[in-house]
Unconditional design. Structure first.
Length: 119
């Protein structure tokens, strides 16, 4: 009987911790400076850069190495229904991404946890 209560208590605590972690959002403000880092896979998964063919059609250079290590500023953010933070980023040096795009969007929590963005 005591063992069942102990298991139930541990299970309840683990569920409560998991639920609390899902609802957490990263505190962010407009003007926060972040750095774009190396993606974990071949492409960026959580920073939504335009596709390479779209960059080329607009006359840009589709070189992902050109954004590596660049500092970006959060110009806008919003919270989705899923509880994620969607941010709009622009370069701090005033240049455009791939010579044509002023801003890009990203999922903040996922990008920070995967290492694509660094605070």
């Amino acid at each position: 009987m005591i063992l069942k209560r102990l298991y139930f208590g541990i299970f309840f605590c683990l569920c409560a911790v998991t639920y609390a972690q899902e609802g957490q959002q990263v505190p962010i403000q407009e003007g926060t400076i972040l750095t774009i880092a190396q993606p974990t896979s071949a492409e960026y998964q959580h920073i939504h850069f335009p596709r390479k063919n779209f960059i080329i059609k607009r006359g840009g250079i589709a070189d992902m190495k050109s954004v590596l290590g660049k500092e970006v500023e959060v110009v806008a953010f919003s919270y989705t229904d899923d509880g994620e933070t969607q941010v709009t980023l622009k370069r701090t040096d005033g240049k455009k991404f791939f010579r044509n795009f002023k801003t890009v969007d990203a999922h903040l929590e996922d990008a920070l946890s995967s290492g694509e963005l660094i605070k």
